[in-house]
Design a binder for this molecule. Structure first.
Ligand SMILES: Cc1ncc(C[n+]2csc(CCOP(=O)(O)OP(=O)(O)O)c2C)c(N)n1
Ligand SMILES: [Mg+2]
Length: 563
């Protein structure tokens, strides 16, 4: 296997990835990966994004794939570099995101003999990938060139087939790793743009009108991330009169059937009991809300039907008795109990008024979560970090027909890689991206900020800085005073103005909602991005959440922990 063989094979492989539809790839530096990196960079149809840290690169690729629903390619060198992709590969697996991971490796004769930067990369990501291939070392015969073209096509289509997810191809590469002459013609090269192997695209789930359950009475829809055709779903529900408990990530928190504040409403046992449905359609992923999850788990007499287009099995309490693949039955008439939707809507409207009254005009975490959805243009993406930001957006964001697309890394619920994922979304959409993130999550992926100036990408980062993990104050661990602050809340005292300066970001620290709105709007309009810090206090944040929950449900029980 000469360098010419290596580069002929890699060029054919990348050509085929591009023909299939790969538009973005992430690279990171190294020696062993040189042929893969150079071949990707030389493929004009693939935009290559360079990263220093493979963990960030992995999440960036994840963000680009999430934003486009198309597989992103990512490559790295051998050794622990490949291990650093694991968090993003796992998130891609859990969240059904298509990714093509191309790791460089030492050839077989250099494994387990003390050669540098060599670890066991075979099936490195275990069952988190849909397909693993040890590509092997080959001469670039016509036969092998054809084969590697089919391999690229198969890798691409495998990421999308059935439940989408990542695939891993491990490429052993022999020295020399660079070419010293021109690359000869490829006998398998061809004109035209179509791939070597065309695979029928997976069926898109959508509304179905055919046979299926025809429930009546009290119908309810719970919609989460992965809801197919959320606008159609919201319109259908409004026409028929079915309340939709719509997580902002579903895209269905719109129209006259969407219920926004179910998380707060369902904390009241009397409300929860009085609003028990006969049928629940669970569309897409389960929302994060614990009161909603507990309520669904308690509905023993309710028929629960999951629309499960991606074969996700989202049912920790084991309540789902039927799984639909193709779409919800959407007959024109359903026999819905009179007043059923009105009852939900009245309660939701009252909760919205109560929240608005409680939020007054001071900057707080719930206020920021609620208002961002209103302030952002409809073509923007709101990327929401795990921990309290995702919960606050779910709890407080209003129903809106012009809400931005809201996404989050909720496959494995990690706080890692959040900054990089948001930059990946910005790279792939070319549209405004606003990242709502806590201080610990930002510090966890601070290196992700390198993308702003290295890759000339703009993200408006709204940082909720409560100097630690505010979420833990809602949990019983908050009572373990001897270890809580240092080992659980983990305050750090970092000055984020310095972080902004270090990474060359515009820095703002608004002190009123009006200032924040102006800072966000300017950042989006001038396209420069920014780090906009909102300082909050963990104890006061807990107290505010409790006050709101009590105001919505007087004289109901104290707020449930949101974990
Ligand atoms: C990779 C990873 N490590 C640890 C956790 C556990 N965890 C959940 S929330 C959290 C704190 C997040 O703090 P911050 O980002 O400041 O948000 P806040 O809780 O203040 O809203 C931690 C450490 C996790 N989810 N993922
Ligand atoms: Mg925090």
């Amino acid at each position: 296997m000469s360098a010419t063989d290596t580069y002929l094979l890699q060029r054919a492989f990348c050509d085929e990835l591009a023909r299939c539809g790969v538009e973005h790839a992430c690279t990171s530096p190294g020696s062993r990966c040189t042929p893969i990196v150079l071949s990707l960079v030389r493929e004009p149809r693939i935009r290559c994004w360079s990263h220093i840290d493979e963990r960030s690169a992995g999440f960036f690729a994840l963000g680009a794939a999430k934003a486009t629903d198309k597989p992103t390619a990512i490559t790295c060198t051998s050794g622990t570099a490949a291990a650093n992709l694991a968090p993003a590969v796992i998130e891609a697996h859990e969240a059904r995101v298509p990714m093509i991971v191309l790791t460089a490796d030492r050839p077989p004769e250099l494994r387990e003999v003390g050669a540098g930067q060599t670890i066991d990369q075979i099936k490195l990501y275990g069952d988190a990938v849909k397909w693993f291939v040890e590509v092997g070392v080959h001469d670039a015969t016509e036969e092998r060139l054809k084969w590697i073209r089919t391999l690229a096509c198969r890798a691409y289509w495998t990421t999308l087939e059935g439940r989408p997810g990542p695939v891993h191809l491990n490429f052993p590469l022999r020295e020399p790793l660079v070419l010293d002459g021109p690359l000869p013609a490829d006998p398998t090269a061809r004109a035209g743009g179509h791939p070597y192997v065309i695979v029928e695209p997976p069926p898109t789930p959508g509304p179905a009108r055919g046979p299926g359950p025809h429930p009546s009475g009290r119908l309810l829809i719970v919609a989460g991330w992965g809801t197919p055709d959320p606008v159609g779903l919201a319109e259908f529900a409004a026409r028929i009169g079915i309340p939709v408990l719509a997580d902002p990530q579903s895209g269905a928190r719109r129209g006259t059937a969407a219920i926004a504040h179910y998380d707060l409403l369902l904390r009241d046992p009397a409300f929860a009991d009085a609003h028990r449905p006969a049928f629940v359609f669970r569309v897409g992923d389960l929302p994060t809300s614990k009161p909603l999850r507990n309520w669904l788990a308690s509905l023993a007499d309710t028929a629960q039907i999951a629309l499960d287009p991606y074969s996700a099995w989202q049912d920790p309490a084991g309540m789902v008795g039927m799984r639909l693949r193709s779409g919800l039955p959407r007959p024109d008439h359903l026999d819905i109990e009179p007043g059923w939707l009105d009852g939900w809507r009245a309660a939701d409207a009252e909760a919205a008024d109560t929240i608005a009254a409680q939020l007054d005009d001071h900057l707080s975490e719930p206020l920021v979560a609620a208002r961002l959805v209103e302030w952002l243009p409809a073509d923007a993406t709101l990327f929401v970090a795990s921990s309290m930001p995702i919960r606050d957006v779910e709890e407080f964001a209003p129903v809106s027909d012009t809400a931005p697309k809201t996404i989050s890394n909720r496959g494995a619920n990690g706080i890692d890689g959040t900054v990089s994922t948001a930059f990946g979304v910005a790279a792939a959409t070319g549209k405004p991206v606003v990242l709502l993130i806590g201080d610990v999550a930002l510090l966890h992926d601070m290196g992700g900020l390198l993308a702003a100036n290295r890759l000339n990408l703009r993200v408006t980062i709204v940082l909720l800085n409560n100097d630690g993990g505010g979420i833990f104050h809602f949990l019983p661990v908050a009572n373990q005073t001897e270890a809580f602050e240092e080992h659980v809340a983990t305050p750090h005292g970092v000055d984020f103005a310095h972080v902004a300066a270090l990474f060359g970001l515009v820095y703002e620290r608004p002190i009123s909602p009006a200032d924040l709105k102006a800072a966000v709007e300017i950042s989006i309009e001038d396209g420069k991005g920014a780090l906009i810090e909102v300082r909050t206090n963990r104890e006061q944040n807990l107290a505010l959440h409790r006050r709101i929950a009590e105001a919505v449900n007087p004289p109901g029980p104290a707020a449930s922990p949101p974990a």
